[in-house]
Write a protein that binds this ligand. Structure first.
Ligand code: TYD
Length: 453
């Protein structure tokens, strides 16, 4: 009974830990790939749990299996939300979660029955003895079944085909950004969020701060950062374009983006500048995908094509409730701002889902706070991510040289002081020796005097 209790504890405790760990595990790895890996891990751990005869090892493998299952559950949950969002069936998520729960419940009842039906078996061949109860066989069976499931998940849902899993995994373990990451030299930040989230204020504050570090900063926006973009923007936002077909709207935003990336963003990144874009691909996915009736994946695909796969190093999502945002509007609302509240609620959840699917590349900030507080949060994250500017590198080099110089000077001073001390000590010893000799001489003379007397 104790062993059984511990086994259950290891499995359930592991699962709880896994669910909590889920979002933090290899944050830069694609969630779809993580799901497949977590399933494989769980499968192998379950196989091992069934195979090993030793209790302590079994508890360890059971805890590992639990953790893997927890991570898989958490990741699967996030991905299910994403899928449901994609097919625009609000109840689909509930539905899928209910199915998953039913399957798990069924398995909890069926597994012990199956274990009882299999019963204990003993295989002996020479020195090799294999004696296990039905439960061990069931665990092994489930573990073995998980492996093809993992392979199927990877084959069906992989969103990074073309990039070997090995490379992705290596990058993720090292904490690097995924390999297909953006243009080389510069640093690309996208600011996203609903209307009235305070993106422009934050963009300016960040630009000023990054400039002060010595970087070239290009502050830009979508739609309308280029001459063609300006014309597209006026078509898109003019209230007289009401009734514009949704696909046309998506394509116009993508056209603006293509021109923007080609003529502004990429050249700046190639120069090594920091580019801050007020809105990027996620706005299309959230507004045209989640907000309208288009598939977010398709909208994202169009943008990916338009930008030739340029992904920001960091996307800052300024999250605020549409009600709070509305209070901030000062001008007459444009075509999109005039959309009903439900539209903006969908846009918001679209943004949040995107952020949840790739925690390594997103920073979600509560934009209901004071603007300064928001800037501080973003600055904190950028401090860890931004490469050093030429000026900072130079300052660092300077500081290093100065520290070396100081250390050398201190060492020299120390050596001189030591030499002086030694000299004084030598003199003191000599003086002492002289006095001692004098004293001896005096005593000798006194002795002689006494003998003479
Ligand atoms: P924005 O420039 O942020 O508006 P404003 O100048 O009023 O602050 O964005 C214009 C609108 O365009 C905004 O309502 C969101 C919408 N939009 C999309 O629907 N899809 C997109 O891809 C982009 C970039 C913006």
């Amino acid at each position: 009974p104790v062993a059984f209790g511990l086994l259950v504890l290891a499995l359930t405790g592991g699962t709880v830990a896994g669910v909590r760990l889920g979002p933090k595990v290899l944050p830069s790895l694609s969630r779809r790939r993580l799901l497949a890996l977590a399933l494989t891990f769980t499968g192998v751990a379950l196989l091992a749990t069934g195979l090993v005869p030793d209790m302590a090892t079994m508890l360890l493998t059971a805890a590992l299996a639990g953790t893997g299952a927890g991570v898989a559950a958490n990741t699967g949950h996030t991905l299910l939300d994403l899928e449901a969002e994609e097919y625009r069936r609000p109840r689909l998520t509930d539905h899928l979660h209910a199915v998953v729960r039913a399957v798990i419940g069924l398995a909890a009842v069926a597994a012990p029955l199956l274990a009882a039906a299999i019963g204990p078996h003993r295989v002996e061949s020479g020195k090799f003895v294999f004696a296990h109860g039905g439960a061990a066989f069931v665990l092994m069976l489930v573990g073995a079944l998980l492996l093809p499931v993992a392979a199927l998940v990877l084959a069906k849902t992989d969103d990074r085909s073309g990039v070997p899993l090995r490379h992705d995994l290596r990058d993720a373990v090292r904490g690097d950004e995924p390999t297909a990451a953006p243009a080389a030299n510069g640093f690309f930040i996208a600011l996203e969020g609903g209307d009235g989230a305070g993106k422009s204020t934050q963009a300016e504050a960040l630009a000023e701060w990054i400039r002060a570090k010595g970087h070239e900063v290009v502050l830009t926006r979508e739609p309308g950062a280029t001459p063609v973009g300006k014309r597209l923007r006026s078509i898109l936002l003019d209230v007289s374009s009401a009734g514009l077909s949704h696909r046309a709207e998506a394509l116009l935003y993508a056209a603006d983006r293509a021109e923007h990336v080609d003529t502004v963003v990429r050249p700046a990144l190639e120069r090594g500048a920091v580019v801050i874009s007020d809105r990027y691909i996620d706005s299309s996915v959230a507004y045209q995908g989640a907000g309208r009736d288009l598939s977010p994946t398709e909208v994202a695909r169009i943008s990916r094509w338009a930008t030739n796969g340029l992904v920001p190093h960091l996307t800052v999502l300024l999250d605020v409730s549409p009600e709070t945002a509305r209070e901030r509007f000062t001008e007459a609302p444009d075509r999109l701002e005039s959309e009903p509240a439900e539209f903006h609620a969908r846009v918001r959840s679209g943004f949040l889902t995107l952020a949840a699917s790739d925690p390594g590349r997103y920073l979600v900030v509560d934009a209901g706070q004071e603007p300064e507080a928001v800037t501080t949060v973003v600055r904190h994250r950028l401090d860890q991510m931004l490469p050093l500017s030429e000026a900072e590198l130079k300052a660092r080099e300077e500081a290093r040289r100065k520290a070396e110089e100081d250390a050398r000077r201190r060492a020299e001073e120390e050596a001189a002081r030591k030499a002086e001390e030694e000299r004084l000590e030598r003199e003191r010893q000599e003086e002492l020796a002289r006095l001692r000799a004098e004293e001896e001489e005096r005593q000798r003379r006194e002795l002689e005097e006494a003998q003479r007397r």
